[in-house]
Design a protein around this ligand. Structure first.
Ligand code: AMP
Ligand code: MG
Length: 534
C-alpha cells in the first residue's frame, strides 16, 4: 500500500446531468414525481478496509495500481471521502416482485458516484452497493453484509470471465461496522460484518425504471428516458420517437433472450428475476440468492424464499418473457401500438430458441445446430436429469469421450467408452447395466453426428474447452471463501478468484476447485440454497 495519495481521475456526470431529477436532497423517504434519481450522499463507515481490488478492471478504467491501492480511493469507495467530480445519487425505479406490482422500489442501498471512460472509449458508471440509506431504503438500513457482497463480487467477475454479460465489480471493502440481520429468518438477529461492493456497468437502468414512470402516468419523462437509453446505449438504432422506442424494445428482447440462453448453457440460476432485477442492457444484475446446478435438476432454485419455484432454472426464459411483457406494457404509454409490441414480444420465443440452439451446438462441438439435433440434445438432457449428473463436468468431459472413434472403428465400447464421463456422476459406483447402455447408445449417436460434422477433432476439442467451463463459482466454493474470512483466512477467496479468472483453462493450482460438490456441502448452510437476507 502506498503512503502518499495520488490524485483520482475526476468522475464525469451523464445520467444525473442529462435526466430530470428530484429537487429535494438527502435520504428522507419520498416518492418524487417525474424524477429519475435523487441526490444523496453515502453515509461514512467506521474503518474501511479493501478486501479485494480488481486490478484488471481498474486498468481498463484508467485507474493505475497506485491509484487503485491508495487510501484516497479507499476512502471514496467507503463513502468517507468524495471523489472529484462525483455527484452521488440513487436511482428511482419500481418493479414486479414475484408477479405482483410492488410500486416504487429504487436504489435502497446503492449510490451512484459518476462515470469513468474505459480504454475502449465506453462510459462506465461506478456504483457503491451497501453505502447507506437513500430516499428509497423503505425503512431498511441501506447496508450489505460481507457474505452477500463477497458473493456478488465473486460471481459477477466469474461471469465476466465466462463471457456472460454482467455488471462488474471493481472493489470489495469491509466497513468495520456491524450490520444486523436475521440470517435464517428464525428471529435470531445478529451483527454481521458490513461490506460495500463498487459495481461498474455502462448503465444500471432496469425494466422497473420504465414501469414506474408508466404506473405514475408520466409519459414525457418516460419518452425522455427512452431517448436517453437509445441515444447513449443503443446508438445503432435509427429513427426517432415511437419507431425508435419499438426498435429499442426489440433490441432489449433480443439481448434478454441471448442472456438467458447463456445462463442456461452454464447452469446459472439467478434466483430473483423480478423486473427490478432485469437490466435493459441485457446484463446479469443484482446477485442475490443465485446458484449453479451442481446436479442437473431443471426444477431447482437456490432461493429458499421462492416457495413456488417461480424462478427455477427451467423457468428463466418464460419468466424473462413475462418480465418483457411488463416492460412492453410500460412502453405502451408512449408507443400506443399494442399489436406491434405484442408481435415483438412473441418473437422472444423464437429468438431464445435460436440462441439456445447455438449455445447447445457449440457446447457439443457442432459447427452448427441442425433440426435433427433437437433429439440429440433433449436425450442428453434427459439422461443428465435421470442420473442427476453434474452438468458442468458432463459437458466439459464430453470433449474427452472417444465417441467418434467408437463409431468409426467399433472401439472403444462399454465402460471404456463412458469412462471419461466418470467425474460427472455423483455415485462413484459403476453405472448399472441399464444406465450404461443408455449412455453408450447416446454417445454412439453423438459420435455419428460428429462424424458428419466438418470440424477436425483437434479444433473441435479446443472449441469445446473454450465453451464448456471447468470451473464455475459453485455456492459451496464461495461459502468456503466466506467461512475462511470469518476465521481471518483470505487464502480461499484469493484462490477462488484466481481460478475463476481462467474458467476455461484451469492450471494445476485450480485442481481442488474443479470437482463435483462434495457430499458434506449438500446440507451445509450457504453451500446449496440461500435465503434473500443480505
Ligand atoms: P434486491 O432484492 O437486493 O434486488 O432488493 C430489492 C429492493 O430492496 C431494492 O429496491 C433494494 O434497493 C432494496 N433493498 C434491499 N436491501 C436493502 C437494505 N438493506 N437497505 C435498503 N434497501 C434495501
Ligand atoms: Mg434488486
Amino acid at each position: 500500500m502506498t503512503t502518499h495519495s495520488p490524485t483520482l481521475p475526476p468522475l464525469t456526470q451523464h445520467y444525473a446531468a442529462l435526466l430530470p431529477g428530484d429537487p429535494e436532497r438527502g435520504a428522507q423517504p419520498r416518492a418524487p414525481r417525474n424524477a429519475l434519481f435523487s441526490f444523496v450522499e453515502p453515509t461514512p463507515v467506521a474503518a474501511p478496509r479493501a478486501l479485494v481490488l480488481n486490478g484488471a478492471l481498474g486498468t481498463e478504467l484508467g485507474l493505475s495500481p497506485e491509484v487503485l491501492h491508495s487510501p484516497t480511493l479507499l476512502s471514496c469507495l467507503a463513502g468517507n471521502g468524495s471523489w472529484p467530480g462525483a455527484t452521488p445519487y440513487a436511482m428511482t425505479y419500481g418493479g414486479h416482485q414475484f408477479g405482483t406490482w410492488a410500486g416504487q422500489l429504487g436504489d435502497g442501498r446503492a449510490i451512484n458516484l459518476g462515470d469513468l471512460v474505459d480504454d475502449a472509449g465506453r462510459r462506465q458508471s461506478l456504483q457503491l452497493k451497501g453505502a447507506g440509506p437513500t430516499p428509497y431504503s423503505r425503512g431498511a438500513d441501506g447496508r450489505a453484509v460481507l457474505r452477500s457482497s463477497l458473493r456478488e463480487y465473486v460471481c459477477s467477475e466469474a461471469m465476466a470471465a465466462l463471457g456472460v454479460p454482467t455488471t462488474r465489480a471493481l472493489a470489495l471493502l469491509t466497513t468495520g461496522d456491524g450490520v444486523l440481520r436475521d440470517r435464517f429468518y428464525n428471529g435470531q438477529v445478529e451483527a454481521e460484518p458490513g461490506a460495500i461492493v463498487c459495481r461498474v456497468a455502462e448503465s444500471f437502468l432496469r425494466f422497473g425504471h420504465f414501469e414506474l414512470l408508466a404506473a405514475r402516468q408520466e409519459p414525457e419523462t418516460l419518452q425522455t428516458l427512452l431517448d436517453y437509453l437509445a441515444t447513449h446505449h443503443f446508438p445503432d438504432l435509427s429513427g426517432s420517437g415511437k419507431a425508435r422506442a419499438l426498435a429499442l424494445y426489440e433490441a432489449i428482447c433480443q439481448r434478454t433472450a441471448a442472456l438467458v440462453a447463456k445462463w442456461t448453457g452454464i447452469g446459472f440460476v439467478h434466483g430473483v428475476l423480478n423486473t427490478d432485477n432485469l437490466s435493459v442492457l441485457g446484463l446479469t444484475i443484482d446477485y442475490g440468492p443465485y446458484g449453479w446446478l451442481d446436479r442437473y435438476t431443471p426444477g431447482w432454485t437456490p432461493n429458499t424464499s421462492d416457495h413456488g419455484g417461480r424462478y427455477r432454472f427451467e423457468q428463466q426464459a418464460a419468466v424473462a418473457q413475462w418480465n418483457l411483457a411488463q416492460l412492453g406494457n410500460a412502453l405502451y404509454l408512449v408507443v400506443e401500438d399494442a399489436p406491434v409490441l405484442q408481435a415483438i414480444l412473441n418473437d422472444f420465443e423464437t429468438d431464445y430458441r435460436r440462441y439456445w440452439q447455438d449455445e447447445m451446438a457449440s457446447k457439443l462441438g457442432l459447427s452448427r445446430f441442425e433440426p435433427r439435433d433437437e433429439g440429440l440434445v433433449s436425450e442428453l438432457l434427459g439422461l443428465m436429469e435421470e442420473a442427476q449428473v453434474d452438468p458442468t463436468l458432463c459437458f466439459r468431459h464430453l470433449a474427452d469421450v472417444p465417441a467418434i472413434e467408437a463409431v468409426r472403428t467399433g472401439a472403444p465400447r462399454g465402460t471404456a467408452l463412458t469412462e471419461a464421463l466418470a467425474p460427472c456422476f455423483y455415485d462413484d459406483a459403476p453405472l448399472d447395466h441399464t444406465r450404461q447402455g443408455a449412455w453408450e447408445a447416446w454417445l454412439l449417436r453423438y459420435g455419428a453426428r460428429l462424424h458428419a460434422d466438418p470440424a477436425d477433432p483437434a479444433t473441435r476439442r479446443e472449441r469445446m474447452n473454450g465453451k464448456n467451463p471447468a470451473l464455475i463459482p459453485r455456492n459451496y466454493l464461495t461459502q468456503q471463501a466466506i467461512d475462511g474470512l470469518a476465521e481471518g483466512d483470505e487464502a480461499p477467496l484469493q484462490r477462488l478468484l484466481a481460478g475463476l479468472s481462467r474458467p476455461y483453462a484451469p492450471t494445476a493450482e485450480d485442481a481442488p476447485l474443479l470437482g463435483r460438490r462434495p457430499a458434506w456441502a449438500e446440507a451445509h448452510p450457504g453451500c446449496t440454497a440461500l435465503s434473500c437476507s443480505s
